[in-house]
Design a protein around this ligand. Structure first.
Ligand SMILES: NC(=O)c1ccc[n+]([C@@H]2O[C@H](COP(=O)([O-])OP(=O)(O)OC[C@H]3O[C@@H](n4cnc5c(N)ncnc54)[C@H](O)[C@@H]3O)[C@@H](O)[C@H]2O)c1
Length: 377
């Protein structure tokens, strides 16, 4: 296994599949053999290099303007899984198709790199995790911000004990106006809106930092005042998901998360992230376009020899030798597949992320606080 090239398939050849393909083509030990998209001809066009700005060749990735030759294309991912002897697939479909494609691939004994959010509902997340467990294959979820050195710094600060016992977290972020289009805005395809698109990143940032404790209760709120309003959004007739979400989440170990996320609001930002502990507090600046990146130097608030002190933590540079975050996301997945090591972004953690999102949606629909449980897999 370690010397032969891994045979890769791509399910869903839309926007983000390009980033997967580019990163795969930077790896010496993979061969892209197949792709599937439910839109007839879309996979063929994708590998012919005619979709979007980039064009590629399997040997000379990103430089030569030529098609990726020899890739077999399918309109049905199940047919591809049946016909091809694949080692691994990237699932790059819109959110509502994540579960069926991931489960089918795992059931065929194929490793899966699944785009974020893991899926739409907690029920789907459980089905994916069960399929993973039964298959014994690698399932990694596409949270590439995990590889960012600044994201890692947040976890290092918490793990160092500098904050003491963490008891309250304010997190989220988002855009004043930045509703995406395409398949993101309809229930049938996106399933969930800002909550799933960018909310999952905010939750992952802080939950990963504190070791993903289980959630106990959630009071959730979602709205669609901008997406549904033609004054603010051109495709309002199509819009059927949330453009803003907020929640008050109680976790095990006496931790509270106060969360808010926006694709659109009448404010510059719904706020920075604050992690408050008994010995220190950490402010993590938000960005204009919250997509899982740290927006500037972090500040550590702590007392030093009895004096209230602020320590600035400058933004760190990622090591260029490791390639960009996409490279690291793909490489870490491939290494786990080849070496039989643990998934770099484990489903057991992201299941918690998804159960919280599911809880926010259900609590918002009921208009009251609900208990949430993370099922045993
Ligand atoms: N990690 C990141 O930074 C990042 C960035 C953008 C998007 N994403 C995620 O990637 C996913 C896709 O986003 P996108 O922008 O590429 O969307 P997209 O709509 O451009 O592409 C999705 C493609 O999947 C295809 N598809 C849907 N169901 C399918 C099925 N059952 N079998 C085969 N193909 C199917 C669609 O026809 C479409 O071509 C989303 O879940 C999104 O949240 C991740």
């Amino acid at each position: 296994m370690s010397t032969k090239k891994l045979k890769i398939g791509i399910i869903g050849t839309g926007g983000i599949a390009r980033s997967h393909l580019r990163a795969y083509l930077n790896q010496p030990d993979v061969e892209i053999v197949a792709g599937a998209d439910i839109v007839p001809g879309k996979a063929e066009a994708f590998f012919a290099g005619t979709v979007g700005a980039g064009a590629w060749g399997q040997e000379s990735a990103l430089t030569e303007n030529k098609a990726l030759e020899g890739v077999r294309c399918y309109d049905d991912h199940a047919a591809m899984l049946e016909a091809e002897a694949l080692d691994a697939v990237s699932v790059c479909t819109y959110n509502t198709a994540h579960a069926v494609c991931a489960v089918n691939a795992l059931n065929k004994g194929i490793h899966v790199l699944l785009e974020k959010p893991m899926c739409v509902t907690a029920e789907e997340a459980v089905a994916i995790c069960k399929a993973e467990k039964e298959s014994g294959k690698v399932l990694s979820i596409g949270f590439q911000p995990r590889f960012d050195v600044n994201m890692r710094m947040i976890k290092r600060i918490v793990d160092s004990g500098a904050l003491g016992k963490v008891y309250y977290i304010q997190t989220g972020g988002g855009r004043r106006r930045g509703i995406p289009g395409s398949t993101f805005i309809e229930k049938d395809t996106g399933g969930i809106g800002a909550l799933g698109d960018i909310g999952c990143y905010s939750l992952d940032m802080v939950l990963n930092a504190i070791g993903y404790p289980k959630p106990l209760t959630v009071t959730g709120y979602i709205s669609d005042f901008f997406g549904k309003n033609p004054k603010y959004y051109d495709e309002s007739d199509r819009f059927s998901v949330d453009d803003f979400g907020a929640a008050f989440i109680r976790l095990e170990n006496d931790v509270i998360i106060d969360f808010r996320i926006s694709w659109a609001i009448h404010a510059d930002t719904p706020g920075d992230t604050l992690i408050l502990g008994t010995d220190g507090g950490l402010r993590i600046p938000s960005t204009d376009c919250w997509n899982g990146s740290v927006g500037g130097p972090m500040t550590l608030y702590h007392d030093v020899a009895g004096e209230r002190t602020e320590t600035k933590i400058p933004l760190l540079k990622n090591d260029p030798a490791k390639g960009d975050l996409w490279n690291q996301k793909i490489r870490s997945f491939l290494d786990a597949c080849k070496n039989g090591t643990a998934s770099p972004i484990p489903s057991a953690q992201i299941l918690i992320n998804q159960v919280i999102i599911d809880g926010i949606v259900r609590s918002a629909a009921l208009g009251k606080e609900i208990e949430i449980q993370v099922p045993e897999i």
